[in-house]
Design a protein around this ligand. Structure first.
Ligand code: HEC
Ligand code: HEC
Ligand code: HEC
Ligand code: HEC
Ligand code: HEC
Ligand code: HEC
Ligand code: HEC
Ligand code: HEC
Length: 489
């Protein structure tokens, strides 16, 4: 739907609700959104809620009054109303309400945003349950037995789920199970079966786009040692420009198109979601990226779908979408050259570290050189650091112009992890298995032979002291030049 068509639909919906409105005395807004005093209109259904909650939770009501929703007559019941057959229906005062407001509830008025969101990886983020990382939360770090809350590991409840989303359970009394809620994880599974949580980015009860457009908003989840996008952005020239010129960003404008309403800097939303003169806003954050930089070996974002025979948007088209954004501030050749630099870093990571280490670990697991239990051997932690932390940091840094993350938090640590920890630990585990004898001993010999083949490749030879004479001479010459440049300074 075009921006204009969307406006008309929202306008019609707005009018529909206005029809059923009463103006409630005492509910007056002093609101900034329109710059002058505006009357807040509330349906008769929501009148009691507002009255009592003004006393019980005044800030909540104040936030709602500051919202476009309040101005358009979207009151408490437009979002919280429940039907008797709903799993999460709770008799509260004289009304039947749901505490949890799901994307399905928002979709009554924002169908397109919901449709795009449901198709995104964000909506699927709750599917991590059962992943390798999840063993950490439920077993290695946490506990599902004596130390659990209602049978769930406190590590998952307070950690993973707050970003990825819980499966929200409703108790007999109609109230959410405290082991599963409060939770605004992006891929939360709701009692009505819908996926995700719009409040993950649109904080209640103001639901302001200003909040959603802030890098900090994405940064609640996209940060830290294994996906430091927020830190990367802050290091980049883009983040620097945003900090310097934030006041000129018109973060509350609607529409908000780079190169028209603002031009000082791109935020996360600018590049991944927001509109340009040619593109509408998208709530599918995968529509402008071409790689998946998360797994041990990076693939193009459409690779899985192609393998499964599922139709999808090709990576080239997604990259073109992103280039459309960059093109509002940069020249075409500049952007193409950036992508050449970025791609070269991903290919290097894959070929030099990702593929070899993954192959070795798979051989060791399958051959019984490593135990079937995950994370009980040092080598497994080493491999995890290599791809999940350091390898991602190198790739993520290169994707968003952060040289320090690419180099010192990235490739430097990848190399150290590979040569100084991974290689010796593989040898040690194999030698132990050979010493023990049995089936695993033969497999361990295969692993050692494979490791030797890997290290004998051009990109690793230096480690065996087998760098070619030509390359050695080149390096010596370069070192001499370097010393000469600084001589006497
Ligand atoms: C007479 C006062 C009163 C009225 C009327 C009222 N509420 Fe409440 N509401 C409360 C109080 C007190 C609580 C906290 C009680 C609790 O958590 O058990 C609460 C809790 C809630 C909760 C949070 C429950 C949770 O589990 O955290 C929601 C959501 C809510 N109210 C929505 C509404 C809506 C929507 C309406 C209008 C239909 C409404 N309230 C009407 C007093 C009121
Ligand atoms: C645009 C939709 C929307 C409107 C309008 C709305 N809410 Fe909510 N409300 C939510 C969402 C989303 C949550 C978060 C619950 C969840 O996790 O899904 C929530 C949570 C709550 C909570 C519990 C969370 C907390 O912080 O304690 C209360 C209480 C509440 N709402 C009361 C109200 C009242 C009273 C009104 C009317 C003034 C209202 N809401 C209007 C969407 C809405
Ligand atoms: C009953 C209809 C209705 C429901 C339900 C509803 N909204 Fe809205 N929403 C509106 C209307 C009307 C507007 C104002 C549109 C405008 O002014 O252009 C709006 C505006 C918004 C905006 C833009 C605010 C801005 O600052 O520009 C966001 C974000 C939003 N809604 C999110 C949500 C979320 C999230 C939910 C569910 C928790 C939700 N809405 C539920 C009707 C609704
Ligand atoms: C601070 C928020 C946060 C926490 C806490 C968190 N994650 Fe994540 N996780 C993310 C983000 C953000 C991504 C996506 C990173 C990216 O796209 O680069 C992600 C990615 C993943 C992936 C990869 C998904 C894929 O599509 O490849 C898995 C699996 C995962 N997390 C599991 C977990 C588990 C299990 C825990 C708890 C032990 C956890 N995460 C804790 C935010 C978090
Ligand atoms: C990953 C964060 C994120 C999530 C999750 C999210 N939104 Fe948004 N949303 C945004 C951003 C950022 C904008 C502002 C886009 C722009 O620049 O105009 C936005 C804008 C909107 C708008 C204003 C209209 C527009 O196109 O600008 C509505 C309405 C909206 N979102 C509804 C929803 C609903 C409904 C959901 C849940 C299905 C949802 N959003 C989930 C980040 C998010
Ligand atoms: C200047 C534009 C731009 C800005 C600003 C930006 N990104 Fe990106 N982002 C990119 C590009 C380009 C890629 C790599 C695209 C590809 O794979 O082709 C990317 C990739 C990503 C990925 C995919 C990582 C993965 O593991 O596959 C995530 C997640 C992400 N960005 C989040 C963010 C967050 C969060 C912010 C703000 C803190 C942000 N981005 C700011 C351009 C941007
Ligand atoms: C509540 C946590 C949370 C917030 C807030 C959040 N994300 Fe994410 N994001 C995730 C998780 C978790 C994943 C990985 C999902 C998976 O693959 O299972 C992810 C994945 C992504 C991806 C990769 C998508 C793909 O198709 O591979 C991009 C890009 C992205 N997020 C951008 C953003 C941007 C931009 C914002 C802010 C406007 C944002 N995210 C806000 C948790 C979050
Ligand atoms: C809103 C405008 C805007 C958008 C959109 C934008 N950039 Fe930039 N970009 C800038 C500014 C401003 C700088 C700083 C220029 C300088 O160094 O003087 C910059 C710098 C850069 C640099 C140089 C980094 C450095 O450290 O010298 C690269 C590379 C770059 N951008 C690539 C991109 C790519 C690729 C995209 C799209 C994914 C993009 N930009 C989107 C404004 C933008």
């Amino acid at each position: 739907m075009s921006l204009n068509a969307k406006k008309i639909v929202i306008g019609v919906i707005g009018l529909f609700f206005l029809g059923a409105l009463l103006i409630v005395g005492g509910v007056e807004s002093n609101k900034r959104i329109v710059g002058k005093k505006a009357s807040i209109k509330v349906s008769s259904e929501s009148k009691n809620c507002v009255g009592c909650h003004t006393v019980k939770s005044p800030s909540l009501i104040e936030q709602w009054k500051n919202s476009k929703h309040a101005l358009r007559g979207v009151g408490c019941m437009e979002c919280h109303k429940a039907e008797p057959e709903d799993k999460d229906a709770w008799k509260h005062q004289d009304a039947l309400i749901a505490v949890v407001v799901s994307p399905k509830d928002c979709s009554k008025c924002h169908a397109q945003e919901n449709e795009q969101f449901q198709a995104s990886h964000h909506a699927d983020a709750g599917k991590i349950i059962g992943s390798l990382d999840n063993v950490l939360a439920e077993v290695v770090e946490g506990d599902m037995n004596q130390l659990a809350l209602n049978g769930q590991s406190p590590v998952a409840i307070n950690g993973c789920w707050q970003c990825h989303g819980s499966v929200v359970k409703i108790m007999e009394n109609g109230r959410p199970d405290p082991a599963t809620w409060p939770n605004t994880g992006i891929g939360r599974i709701n009692p009505d079966g819908s996926k995700g949580s719009c409040t993950a980015c649109h904080s209640r009860h103001q639901f302001s786009v200003v909040v959603a457009r802030q890098p900090d908003s994405c940064g609640k989840c996209h940060m830290g040692p294994d996906h430091p996008q927020k830190e990367i952005y802050e290091e980049s020239k883009h983040g620097i420009a945003f900090k310097a010129f934030k006041e000129y960003m018109k973060l509350d404008a609607q529409p908000w198109r780079v190169g028209i309403e603002y031009s000082a800097a791109p935020t996360c939303a600018t590049c991944h979601m927001s509109a340009t003169s040619e593109m509408d806003v998208t709530h599918d954050v995968g529509m402008r990226i071409s790689w998946n930089l998360r797994p041990p070996i990076s693939e193009k974002i459409d690779a899985k779908a192609i393998k499964a025979g599922v139709e999808t948007v090709p990576w080239e088209e997604r990259r073109d979408n992103m280039k459309n954004v960059c093109g509002k501030c940069h020249a075409e050749n500049y952007v193409d050259s950036f992508y050449a630099q970025f791609d070269s870093a991903i290919v290097l990571y894959n070929e030099k570290y990702g593929k070899p280490s993954t192959k070795i670990i798979k051989m060791m697991k399958a051959g019984g050189v490593l135990t079937p239990t995950n994370f009980d051997e040092e080598l497994e932690w080493t491999y995890f650091y290599l791809w999940h932390h350091e390898g991602r940091r190198a790739r993520h840094g290169a994707s968003m112009m952060a040289p320090d993350y690419t180099q010192w938090h990235g490739f430097f640590e990848v190399a150290e992890r590979f040569y100084i920890h991974f290689v010796p630990q593989v040898r040690e585990a194999c030698e132990k298995a050979i010493h023990k004898g049995g089936d695993a001993a033969a497999k361990a010999r295969d692993v050692l032979a494979e490791l030797d083949l890997i290290l004998d490749r051009d990109e690793h030879k230096w480690f065996l002291g087998k760098m070619s004479d030509k390359e050695k001479a080149q390096r010596k010459e370069a070192a001499k030049e370097f010393k000469k440049r600084y001589a006497g300074n």
